[in-house]
Design a protein around this ligand. Structure first.
Ligand SMILES: NC(=O)C1=CN([C@@H]2O[C@H](COP(=O)(O)OP(=O)(O)OC[C@H]3O[C@@H](n4cnc5c(N)ncnc54)[C@H](OP(=O)(O)O)[C@@H]3O)[C@@H](O)[C@H]2O)C=CC1
Ligand SMILES: O=C(O)C1=N[C@H](C(=O)O)C[C@H](O)C1
Length: 242
């Protein structure tokens, strides 16, 4: 595949290395301007004539690029401003294949599936979610936590997130879903969903142990996406048997 990279920060440097090791070609890059990529630079997605674009960037870079016409299949990993981004991607998916996942690891897809089952079975448990990431991450809570939270909000009628307890001077309500974000060092990415009631606790946890898991997930999605019909894809429908 000839791949256009949107963003050339930590993640897409890894994607470029792994793509080339796997025999793909980096057709070019659209970056934010601070980096000096060793590939041709473009300022629109279709200009590189790539088979697919893989994005790990920032909404401020990505959203303007999506404002015009786009024909290149898209694998989108950027987090932050989810509602805005998903609305634009759904509109684009009317005329091209688009894959979006806030976490490119298959393990997090499994975690989200397990979470749905646990929510069905643990209706009277208090629910808390904790994510941990490196000190260079700019969005909080993580896109993955937002995805897990949306799953829980969909399942628990009347539930709502509580992001900050510092000004709450009363007991926790069962409808609350507590959300905590921790930032430090080089933590790749950890997500814990905690179900607690009197005398017992059940946790569903995922730990990413290298950033390669995300880059490889994006490359796998790109390979599966390029010959797919126009549409909006995620882990639920891209890898199913055809
Ligand atoms: N879905 C998934 O599995 C994963 C998603 N991510 C997400 O991918 C994104 C990128 O992660 P990562 O590579 O670690 O981040 P980096 O900060 O290392 O790289 C970000 C890239 O976006 C560009 N950029 C950042 N801010 C702006 C801005 N305001 N305007 C224009 N360009 C900008 C940077 O520009 P410049 O080139 O000038 O530095 C850089 O190319 C994040 O949203 C992160 O959460 C990360 C890992 C996994
Ligand atoms: O910025 C990161 O590093 C990561 N971002 C994604 C997120 O916000 O969930 C995925 C992963 O956790 C790493």
């Amino acid at each position: 595949m000839r791949i256009l990279l949107i963003g050339y920060g930590t993640m897409n440097r890894i994607t470029a290395r792994l793509a080339e090791e796997a025999g793909h070609e980096i057709a070019g890059i659209i970056a934010g301007g601070k980096s000096d990529p060793p590939y041709p630079a473009f300022d629109s997605i279709d200009a590189a004539g790539a088979d697919v674009a893989i994005d790990f960037s920032h909404p401020d870079l990505l959203l303007p690029l999506l404002a015009g016409e786009v024909k290149t299949p898209l694998v989108i990993a950027t987090t932050g401003r989810k509602e805005e981004l998903v609305a634009v991607l759904k509109e684009k998916s009317g005329s091209l294949p688009v894959f979006f996942s806030a976490n490119m690891s298959y393990g997090v897809h499994v975690m989200n599936t397990l979470l749905k089952k646990a929510l069905d079975m643990l209706e009277d448990f208090d629910l808390e979610m904790v994510e941990r990431h490196h000190n260079r991450k700019v969005d909080a809570p993580s896109g993955t936590l937002v995805k897990l939270l949306d799953t829980a909000l969909d399942h628990r009628e009347g539930s709502y997130p509580v992001y900050d307890r510092s000004n709450i001077h009363e007991k926790r309500k069962q409808e609350e879903i507590g959300v905590s974000a921790i930032r430090g060092g080089s933590i790749v990415g950890t997500h814990d969903v905690i179900f607690a009631k009197d005398d017992e606790v059940i946790e569903i946890s995922h730990q990413a142990q290298s950033k390669e898991i995300f880059a490889n997930g994006a490359l796998k999605a790109a390979t599966a996406l390029v010959d797919r019909p126009d549409g909006f894809y995620d882990y639920n429908n891209l890898f199913e048997e055809r």
